[in-house]
Design a protein around this ligand. Sequence first.
Ligand code: GDP
Length: 301
Amino acid sequence: GNSWFSRLKRGLTRTRVNLYGLFSGGKIDEEFLENLQDGLITADAGLPASERIIGELKDAIKLKGLQTQDEVRGELISIIASLLEPCEKPLRLDQASPLVIMMAGVNGAGKTTSIGKIAKWLSGQGKSVLLAAGDTFRAAAREQLEVWGERNNVHVVAQQGADPAAVIFDAIVSARAKHIDVVLADTAGRLPTQTRLMDELVRIKRSQGKALAGAPHEVILVLDGTNGQNALAQVRQFDEAVGLTGLIVTKLDGTAKGGVLLAIAEMRRGRPLPIYFIGVGESIDDLQPFKAEEFARALVG
Ligand code: GDP
């Protein structure tokens, strides 16, 4: 709805200034197009995506005989939207019961917060939810998840200091017994370079299949949007280790680097990775299903 879009637009303010301000109503010349490309790069869209977008824009200006910066802006929005389109894929809630979603990412990326927000969103979709506190190492992580559980009135399976694989296994078994629709499994933050922790993540993933064949059905990497290009390496390395099915990009409200979504889309061209949600603020409703066209409009419009 309208408020959704204004929230998105407001959230993207800091990224948006890199592009929006360039449309001052002047000439469509080489300098203007160079500034646009620089704007994309400053927004952390990366060189390959920026070059492709501006290349396509130049072709369109010629082919369609675009005359005004307003027309160019419309074209830019549609080029960015088509680049992002393959990443727009709703999370399929009906693919399994319970649907098991494992969340991974580095420390502070926004995993626990996003789980809390998704739990709320799922309740709104009429789904019952169970949270699994797979970060058994940090007591604060479990407590934070329990706060989100209380807020959403959903049960949290937790056992401080236990094997995270066992906690998530138990959560899945319990969800099966209680006919819960969705299990959201938190995991401890880890860097892709921490081999032992990455091996642990592989083990956590594998043991879920023993609680329920096919689980986890979704393996979602949560990315801190303020990290910019660093996100690309994380996507590559986490995908190699555990096979990602989707992404969540958080904190787009606190950054000028929101163009990183374009860099990700470009990197995964032909093998798109869904961006299920984006985080554009700290309120519970500031986690939004990703929509390519609206994102492009909020960025440039
Ligand atoms: P985790 O270590 O990956 O579980 O990260 P947390 O969920 O604890 O989040 C780390 C910090 O980022 C917290 O202070 C959150 O409030 C904050 N955060 C998460 N998502 C967003 C977002 O979309 N926007 C903003 N501004 N802050 C966020």
